[in-house]
Design a protein around this ligand. Structure first.
Ligand code: AGP
Length: 608
């Protein structure tokens, strides 16, 4: 969580840093701040709330500063307040820092520093970094950052400036993101590349333990012991426009509409014209796929839902047992690993703390680990044995949409390849499913053109106080995702249940006031679901069904239907979730809520 921006160059940097923060605001938005090296001192502006408050406060002063730092915060230690907002300075006011992550040993460090005479102004864990640097800054800012980094435990990235070295910004990372942007006579630090994409696409991705000193003319790299390092530049093939809304009202809506392209890109070169799958880029050979005795899937939130959807497909198609767990449970339940168990960590950001910890645990215990990830060079991709990238592009809306459907598509490729390698289904059958998957991007495009129908249903139901979601099999997993989307952006309580479980408790919730969303694809359990719908109707509740075109049974049983194009039930979850994304989007919109930045949430959860 938290976004960091740093600049060392020749241009006045205040607007550059503020613009960078705007592009990172999805990482946290409960307070923000900026520090600039002005003349021979530091000028700091901090504010509580989202960036508008900082823009208003910072706008009151003019600045010629060409070196500075910015921060947007998602609170972990210390409530959102002016004192706890970054940047934090040392006792002299000559050193200032911004931090992302958690300093796990901050209590011990704070006690030691206090005993040595340091005075703290905030409740944060981060402030110890400023005081640690203060103790060594006479040796130079780089040496002081190295010393501070050596003292810290936990996962963090931080940057520092000193009024005594007015041309430099020094940064370091340990299991939290920090990238360097290489401009023409200017250098950038950021938690994510979009922060400086308007200025350069040449980047240097840092390794854990790298300490980097930026000046207008370049960067020097060393490790935390001060030994010099060499790091390579790469050019990212992204378009700056990707970081903008591209004419849509919100990032979330833009990203929902980008799903056909994201799916096409994710399948490209992997799902071949004849319907077969080539995943040789991943490096897992057929021999290993044949040897597997079990698969563990670990993930959080929406990524977990993608894993749950495809756990059904892997077992049904490839006949490999799959166990799936949320990463925060998995990492503490002492799972049994072995070399023939493949552990799949699904994480769009590649930075989710619990998922990373679960993946590490598996690797240390000798199981091979595959990351399904959207962000190149992220922590998950560096630590995994194998990586299968989704190619959804940058996702800024906190509510995951295009990355979710891309994860399902990537995992279905894996399921098909696994089934092929193990001879679990006939080649003709697998090719037929491959063709079904190839058709999906176009079907999602058609589905998005039916948005008017979804928005009409949202108008009818936006005032409801509770929604129950029911489904079976993969449809149940889609319900979990649909219910999460609605609760996280509209704040309406939702519950998602396996429809067969309804009689064991949730049926007590049903009355005329509570609409029930039913995901009814044409899978083998459809007849069972029809009975469940009858049970709902008998209690007077309105049924909003998601069903495939031409399904007359559903048409008759439901008050409203969100129709999706016909397809095989294994690929249906990529379609049936789309109207649920849109339903949540429209209901939140009618309520006037900020769907891109729902309260209490951050896009990347880098804390436990
Ligand atoms: C869903 O809309 C959320 N953004 C959240 O549940 C998210 O999927 C979860 O935090 C996992 O993130 P990751 O995929 O980056 O690991």
């Amino acid at each position: 969580m938290c976004g960091i921006v740093g600049y060392a160059g020749r241009r006045p940097c205040k607007p550059i840093i503020l613009d960078g923060l705007r592009r990172l605001e999805y990482r946290g938005y409960d307070s923000a701040g900026i520090v600039l090296i002005e003349g021979d001192g530091l000028q700091t502006v901090r504010s509580v709330g989202n960036l508008d408050a900082l823009f208003a406060a910072a706008g009151e002063t003019s600045s010629k500063a060409t070196v500075g730092l910015g921060h947007t915060r998602w609170a972990t230690h210390g409530r959102p307040s002016h004192e706890n907002a970054h940047p934090h300075d040392d006792c002299t006011g000559r050193v200032s820092i911004v931090v992302n992550g958690i300093v796990e040993n901050y209590k011990e460090l704070r006690a030691e520093l206090t005993a040595r005479g340091h005075e703290f102004k905030s409740e944060t864990d981060a402030e110890v970094v400023a005081h640690l640097i203060e103790e060594h800054v006479d040796e130079g800012l780089t040496a002081a950052v190295c010393a501070a980094a050596r003292a810290l435990q936990g996962h963090h990235a931080f940057c520092a400036v000193s009024a005594d070295e007015p041309g430099a910004v020094v940064g370091t990372r340990n299991q939290c993101p920090l990238v360097v942007g290489v401009g023409d006579g200017e250098m950038f630090f950021a938690s994510a590349i979009p922060a400086f994409m308007a200025h350069t696409r040449t980047v240097i991705v840092l390794e854990d333990g790298d300490v980097v000193t930026l000046h207008a003319d370049g960067a020097e790299f060393c490790d935390v012991a001060g030994a010099p390092l060499v790091r390579e530049e790469t050019v990212v093939p992204w378009d700056d426009a990707a970081a903008e809304k591209g004419g849509y009202e919100t990032f979330m809506l833009k990203e929902i509409h980008e799903q056909p392209a994201a799916l096409r890109d994710t399948l490209a070169g992997r799902l071949l014209e004849d319907g077969t799958v080539d995943l040789s880029e991943v490096g897992i050979g057929d021999e290993m796929l044949r040897r597997l005795r079990r698969i563990f899937i670990v993930a959080c939130g929406t990524s977990y839902h993608a894993g749950l959807i495809v756990s059904y497909a892997i077992e049904q198609l490839a006949r490999v047992p799959v166990q799936i767990d949320v990463a925060s449970e998995f990492r503490y339940r002492e799972p049994v690993f072995d070399p023939d168990t493949l552990v799949i960590g699904i994480t769009q950001s590649g930075e989710t703390a619990d998922t990373l910890a679960a993946m590490r645990l598996a690797r240390e215990a000798g199981s091979p680990v595959l990351a399904i990830c959207n962000v190149m060079g992220s922590q998950a991709t560096r630590e995994a044995d194998y990586v299968l990238y989704t190619r959804a592009g940058l996702e800024i809306g906190v509510a995951a949409t295009k990355t979710h459907t891309s994860q399902v598509a990537a995992l279905l490729l894996l399921a098909l390849r696994l089934a092929w390698a193990r001879g679990a289904r006939t080649e003709d059958e697998l090719k037929r499913l491959g063709h079904e998957l190839r058709a999906v991007p176009e079907l999602v495009q058609q589905l998005l053109e039916r948005d008017t129908a979804v928005s009409a249903i949202a108008q009818r139901y936006h005032d409801e106080r509770f929604f129950l979601y029911l489904g079976r099999g993969m449809g149940f997993a889609v319900c979990l995702e649909g219910a999460l989307k609605l609760k996280e952006i509209s704040y309406i309580p939702t519950e998602a249940y396996a429809a067969g479980e309804m009689k064991h408790g949730p049926i007590a919730l049903l009355d005329k006031e509570s609409p029930v969303v039913v995901v009814a694809d044409d899978g083998p359990v459809f007849p069972k679901l029809v009975s469940n719908i009858e049970e709902v109707r008998a209690r007077g509740a309105d049924v909003i069904a998601v069903a495939t075109d031409g399904n007359e049974v559903i048409g008759e049983l439901s008050r409203d239907v969100l129709w999706v194009p016909k397809c095989d039930h294994h690929v249906a979850p990529i379609l049936t979730v789309v109207p649920l994304q849109l339903l949540a989007y429209h209901i939140a919109g009618i309520k006037g809520l900020n769907v891109d930045q729902p309260r209490n949430l951050a896009k990347t959860v880098t804390v436990e």
